[in-house]
Ligand binder design. Structure first.
Ligand SMILES: Cc1ncc(COP(=O)(O)O)c(C=O)c1O
Length: 420
């Protein structure tokens, strides 16, 4: 089927001469044909200059930006084709969320993560952080406390504070090269003001896939203290090495009662610029109704057409592109590991179990954090994320975004070697 046919529909399609874009089978069939044989080349270097990229906006003087978590690769050609096809219709009016949005997320969670959830639990989220912020408005008052487990994604603390709530740290324990939650420490933190524990699952920046037992224990502890768990699962579709991501609400009945999940294809399909490719999963009806009410009252429940098309196209059944991307990321991680084992620089990469961010333990260098960042940025001309931005436990670390073509990664590592 040519792209024009998708726009106009076919006489055989019946009553309408236009295939509704929300008709999943029509969208998928058309895109499959249009993107067939296009393939993908993750090694290709794409010029992002002049695209208003936040990542490249910070890079000057030929620096390689390896900080903010988007990838330099093109999105799945199928998703790009779906967006182009929708745009070909030219009319960009108000859009409602089609049934297919819920259908594909429901099927995806079951097929990809083994989470057999009720379709009604799914809702739209205007971005993961925006969704979490709406949850603060729904479930907490200014001055209430939200527990986080650093080192953790810097926007956790940032938006807790911007929303007028108080971030309370329950740092992870780093032991034998791996991270654990500190449950004893957690038990001591609860008080009347503590309303939410904000979980990063998988954990950014350290790439941890939390296991079922850990999540179930966390749910029990929080339930005992009447605290809700908000689980940010934006990196969940990028579990590596054949491992599985465990959705928080799937681990127990208690987790279903206390849990509110936010996820989306944003990271796995590199869709961050579409802003808002996200969704919520809230099993508890009372919480769900309240959260959805807040979204509605702020008119945040009307996603853009492009956001919807991208999400629906991304979560189709054929995951060949995504699997191929994951193998490429694993290969990039191998390049990093080989480099630091071949060159004894005093830097140890912590292997991520999910996503394209490598947490580098640079403590053996004995540098101050400023000196460490200068080494990477001023001497090597590459821009990692500063470990201290992730809170306690980030001192002596940097986070390297390796979601880039391998030639770029090799160039960055060579620059680092020269800097030494
Ligand atoms: C853990 C985590 N949550 C949320 C986000 C941002 O999500 P969104 O752009 O949907 O707000 C990021 C982006 O890096 C992230 O790493």
């Amino acid at each position: 089927m040519r792209r024009r046919d998708f726009i106009k529909g076919t006489a055989a399609a019946g009553a309408s001469t236009l295939i509704p874009v929300g008709t999943l089978s029509a969208l998928l069939a058309s895109c499959a044909k249009a993107s067939a044989g296009k393939g993908w080349d993750f090694d290709a270097v794409h010029d992002r200059s002049g695209t208003w990229s936040i990542k490249y906006g910070r890079a000057t003087d030929g620096e390689i930006p390896m900080w903010i978590a988007d990838m330099d690769m093109k999105t799945d050609p199928f998703v790009a084709e779906a967006l182009r096809m929708r745009l070909d219709r030219d009319v960009l009016g108000y859009t409602s969320i089609p049934a297919e949005f819920y259908d594909v997320i429901h099927a995806w969670q079951k097929r990809y993560h083994g989470f057999d959830l009720d379709r009604e639990w799914i809702g739209y989220a205007p971005g993961v952080i925006t969704g979490i912020n709406q949850a603060y408005l729904t479930f907490t008052e200014p001055g209430d406390k939200v527990i986080i487990q650093p080192p953790v994604y810097d926007h956790f603390r940032l938006y807790i504070e911007r929303m007028g709530r108080v971030a309370v740290d329950n740092p992870l324990i780093f032991k034998d090269g791996g991270y654990q939650m500190d449950f004893d420490g957690l038990e001591k933190l609860f008080d009347d003001k503590t309303k939410i524990l904000l979980l990063c699952n998988p954990q950014n920046p350290c790439g941890i896939l939390w296991d079922r037992e850990t999540l179930a224990t966390l749910a029990e502890i929080c339930d005992r203290h009447g605290v809700m768990v908000i689980s940010d699962e934006i990196h969940g579709d990028l579990a590596l090495y054949g491992k599985k991501h465990t959705p928080f609400c799937s681990v127990s009945e208690t987790a279903k009662r206390v849990g509110v999940m936010f996820a989306g294809p944003t990271k796995a399909f590199n869709l961050a610029g579409l802003s808002g490719t996200a969704y919520s999963i809230i099993p508890d009806k009372e919480k769900r109704d309240k959260y959805n009410g807040t979204l509605r009252n702020s008119k945040l429940d009307e996603p853009s057409i492009m956001t919807l098309v991208a999400q629906i196209a991304a979560y189709r059944e054929d995951t060949a592109w995504l699997e191929s991307l994951k193998r490429y990321i694993e290969n990039n991680i191998a390049i990093v590991e080989r480099f630091f084992s071949d060159h004894d620089l005093g830097i140890v990469p912590i292997r991520p179990q999910a996503s394209f961010l490598v947490w580098l333990d640079c403590r053996a260098l004995g540098l101050s954090q400023t000196e460490l960042m200068d080494l990477f940025r001023k001497k090597a001309k590459i821009i990692p994320s500063n470990g201290t931005s992730y809170g306690p436990g980030g001192e002596g670390f940097v986070r390297l975004n390796i979601g880039c073509p391998a030639p770029v990664l090799n160039e960055a590592l060579n620059r680092l070697l020269s800097a030494f």
